[in-house]
Design a protein around this ligand. Structure first.
Ligand code: B1M
Length: 796
């Protein structure tokens, strides 16, 4: 079937169905019910929806299993995930008859997946497998993973599918008008990651209408090795009389959607708000269009969750930052052994600023649990940097673990023919879609001459190609050896680069700093050699990005050209001058206040506690740190989030750093306040639907410090729970916090409900979106911040 679908796609545009959810609502499904369960109780309605889409011209319909995973179904106390999926897919099969195709539909779990959230990656894979098994049992023709907002969740679902069956699989993400998902993933990075991981078609669904989706498809098209998919909503939803309405009419929808095919889409359908009528019009529009072929068969490109790099045939040398490597760095070794990653993150950031386009990551320290440490580093860097990673390890297991978890397309450093490494690593590269650095080593002997290298490289490239790795995915390490030990080797390396580039047509890489090993003023040799290698066509250099600007240096040049045997003249010239250690330079000049601010801005949990203790030790007042450094940092994070310069993972990381910092400040704040023992009781809660509690916790602490008894109900607290607590504790004041426009309205609901029950208490409200006018309108008093909350509480 997989080949049949691929063949069909070469001939024509395949039409997908339109919306299922909104269509079921039109046909009687009440709001608030579990759609999957409702459909099992009303199979005839679901058969009709599917049949109407086929009748309208759809080639493929999606099963009504969007939320049929363990997490979503458990909200409705449904446990048998397998049979829900199987039965719903069987209903679709019934409607499809002999000619229609059925796609088993998989939607998001609603949880954030590691490393961006607390759902373990392997658990996510297992959850999706459970659903896939049910869908496969019913004999679906293909699978579709849709409406994904996090590339990592999409990866987990795709791996689940690929580990169970060889079936055609579509993956579509939901990008907003600005072309990013909620997690900040953009179309091209997502495409690179998913097509290399084995998706058979990639694209977008939901969120926007067809016009805004056009930009995403256009962005993806030049880099696609697989067919592209577009399934837009019937326009942008509008809120009319409290109801979400999609207003784009079928004729307009179809007319604009046609442009999606011209832009490169091969599968087209409709998402929320579209109907069989939309698909009927779409059918008429696409009937005579033949789809474009995918732009290419392979692509030399790497990606992270939020960034990517496409490597053309003629680039300037691309710098791979070399510093995340503990070899020779005692401080980093000690940190890694303790599980601390402060230096790793610092090196990631400084190298990015200095111009690195990729980051090499090596965690090999004697006695370390390398697999565990690599997992930690990958997770941390997924938040810290948008640069794609190069996974550098001598251990196959470490590389396998890293590739599985990494939310992008990584480069393996490296594959050689030592032992059984080549077939094993090639299999990993193929499974996870990684690119690989080929190290021309077969036994213990290093090939020194150009001729030896050429023969070995040719043979190993052939072996990798045989294992299914395209040439575009192979980067040849042309071996930069120390000129101090191997005079003349620099010339052999340069010849090998030129041969790989012009004859073999493979991209190349060197570990630059090897070349200058054992010599003074190493950066001089590095920079001169990099310039020479770049002129021969070198693609990448693993290097210190600080040391890569071209340099004119006759002594270094002569040494590299083997005109200064043993480097006698070079050493004589430079032996007096020497280099610095391994720490990024500016770090120590940063004040503790700046460090705390940066830690929150950049979501650094590790060092924030020490920085706060240090600042207090140097005389900073804890309240001042909180008011003038920590809160403003978090507010700045909010502004960047609003401007779409920060995305949800960064927001979460900053909030976690703030919480970590708050734990340290809290005891100091408690000590620094002079109490007043009026034991009045205040009940506090963040209202229903709102999980923001940092501000409320600060308010609680300040109130306690001023002698109030605080009963904190926590966050996301329902109206009923608050009213019950008022009855139980009979507080003097009820304090409510809300940070979102959508949840602020629940404050009024709580006040009303308490009044209805005849409860005598005063209300105080606050939070970023609340103001005094709103507070007045619901009969509550307003405090702008925690300090004001204390004086207001005293007044009340
Ligand atoms: Co979100 N978030 N967030 N967020 N978040 C905001 C609030 C937002 C303004 C960001 C933005 O877009 N600029 C925006 C709301 C937009 C709106 O409705 N107008 C937003 C959004 C949209 C979201 C999500 C929907 C994102 C998403 O998933 N798409 C999601 C919502 C989840 C949910 O609640 N259902 C979400 C999630 C999160 C995190 C989990 C990642 C994290 C919260 C972690 C936590 O609290 N445990 C988070 C964070 C950190 C923020 C920002 C950046 C910072 C909030 C904060 O802690 N500020 C925030 C942007 C911002 O506020 N500028 C944002 C510091 C804190 C000390 O200030 O809470 O205002 P604040 O408290 C102050 C005063 O307001 C006052 O005193 C406090 C101390 O001085 N105060 C009271 C507060 N409560 C009071 C009660 C009182 C009296 C005074 O009397 C009882």
């Amino acid at each position: 079937m997989k080949e049949k679908i691929a063949q069909l796609l070469r001939r024509k545009v395949l039409l997908l169905d339109g919306a299922t959810g909104t269509e079921l609502q039109h046909r009687g499904m009440p709001p608030g019910v579990c759609p999957e369960n409702w459909c099992l109780d009303h199979p005839d309605v679901l058969v009709r929806v599917h049949a109407d889409y086929f009748a309208a011209g759809a080639d493929i319909v999606y099963t009504c299993t969007f939320g049929a995973n363990r997490i979503k179904l458990s909200e409705y106390k449904i446990k048998d995930v397998f049979s829900v999926n199987k039965k719903l897919a069987e209903i679709a099969r019934r409607a499809a008859g002999k000619s229609g195709l059925v796609a088993g539909d998989i939607g998001p779990t609603g949880r954030f997946v590691e490393p961006f959230g607390d759902l373990a990656f392997e658990e996510a894979v297992e959850i999706f497998k459970e659903q896939v098994r049910g869908l496969l049992e019913a004999g679906v023709d293909l699978l579709v993973i849709e409406t994904m907002m996090d590339i990592q969740e999409a990866r987990a679902a795709l791996l689940a599918v690929k580990e169970l069956a060889d079936i055609f699989t579509i993956v579509t993400l939901t990008f907003d008008k600005g072309g990013r998902t909620l997690h900040g993933n953009e179309p091209v990075s997502s495409l690179i990651t998913l097509q290399s991981l084995g998706a058979d078609a990639v694209g977008c669904n939901c969120s926007t209408g067809p016009l805004d989706m056009l930009r995403c498809i256009q962005a993806m098209q030049p880099y696609a090795t697989v067919p592209l998919v577009a399934k837009p909503n019937a326009g942008i939803p509008r809120l009319i009389d409290g109801k979400t309405v999609f207003t784009m009419q079928p004729r307009i929808f179809a007319k604009i959607s046609r442009k999606l095919i011209c832009a490169g889409a091969h599968l087209l359908g409709g998402c929320c708000g579209t109907t069989p009528e939309h698909i009927r019009y779409l059918k008429a529009q696409v009937a005579r269009i033949r789809p474009e072929k995918s732009a290419r068969v392979s692509l030399c490109a790497l990606s992270s969750a939020r960034g990517h790099i496409v490597i053309g045939k003629k680039n300037k040398v691309i710098i791979v930052g070399e510093k995340i490597n503990p070899t020779g760095k005692k401080k980093m070794q000690a940190e890694l052994l303790k599980g601390k990653l402060t230096l790793v993150r610092q090196f990631a950031k400084t190298q990015e600023v200095q111009g690195a386009k990729l980051l090499d990551v090596n965690v090999g320290v004697p006695g370390i649990d390398e697999v565990k440490t690599m997992r930690m580093v990958i997770s941390s860097l997924a938040l810290t940097t948008d640069l794609p990673l190069v996974i550098d390890s001598a251990k196959i297991e470490t590389i396998g673990t890293a590739l599985r978890l990494y939310p992008g397309r990584a480069l393996i450093n490296s594959i050689s023919a030592e032992g059984d490494k080549l077939p094993k690593l090639a299999a990993l590269a193929k499974k996870y879609g990684a690119m690989c650095i080929l190290l021309p080593l077969a036994g213990k002997q290093i090939p020194h001459s150009f001729n030896q290298r050429r023969l070995l490289i040719r043979a190993l490239v052939a072996q990798l190609r045989k294992a299914g790795i395209p040439k575009d995915d192979i980067i040849v390490d042309v071996l930069a050896l120390a000129v101090s030990c191997y005079p003349g080797s620099a010339q052999e390396t340069l010849k090998t680069i030129a041969w790989c580039t012009r004859i073999l047509k493979c991209r190349t890489i060197i570990g630059l700093s090897n070349i200058s090993f054992g010599l003074p003023q190493r950066h001089r040799i590095n920079r001169v050699f990099l310039d020479m290698a770049g002129r021969k066509g070198l693609t990448f250099a693993i290097a210190d990005p600080e040391d890569t600007r071209p340099l004119r240096d006759t002594w270094a040049r002569n040494l590299l050209r083997n005109k200064d045997r043993g480097g006698i003249k070079y050493i004589e010239k430079y032996r007096q001058q020497d280099q610095s250690g391994d720490m990024p330079k500016k770090v120590d000049r940063v004040s503790p206040r700046e460090r705390i601010f940066t830690a929150i801005m950049e979501g650094e949990r590790d060092g924030i506690g020490d920085s706060i203790r240090n600042a207090i030790h140097l005389g900073a007042a804890p309240e001042v740190l909180m008011q003038e450094v920590m809160i403003p940092a978090l507010v700045k994070v909010g502004t960047l989030f609003e401007k779409k310069q920060y995305f949800l993972p960064q927001l979460i990381a900053s909030a976690q750093a703030m919480k970590e910092g708050f734990k340290v400040v809290e005891p100091f704040l408690q000590k620094s306040v002079t109490g007043q023992s009026q034991r009045k009781v205040i009940l506090l809660a963040t209202v229903e639907g709102d999980i923001h509690d940092i501000g409320k916790n600060i308010v609680a602490l300040m109130l306690k410090n001023h002698g109030f008894i605080v009963i904190d109900l926590g966050k996301d607290v329902s109206r009923a729970k608050i009213v019950t607590a008022i009855k139980k504790h009979n507080p003097d004041i009820v304090g409510l916090s809300a940070l979102m426009t959508t949840t602020m309205v629940h404050m009024g609901g709580v006040v009303k409900a308490a009044q209805k029950e005849g409860l005598q208490c005063k209300f105080m409200v606050g939070g970023a979106v609340v103001n005094s006018a709103y507070a007045n309108s619901i009969g509550a008093a307003y405090a702008k911040d925690a300090v004001e909350a204390v004086s207001l509480a005293k007044q009340l």
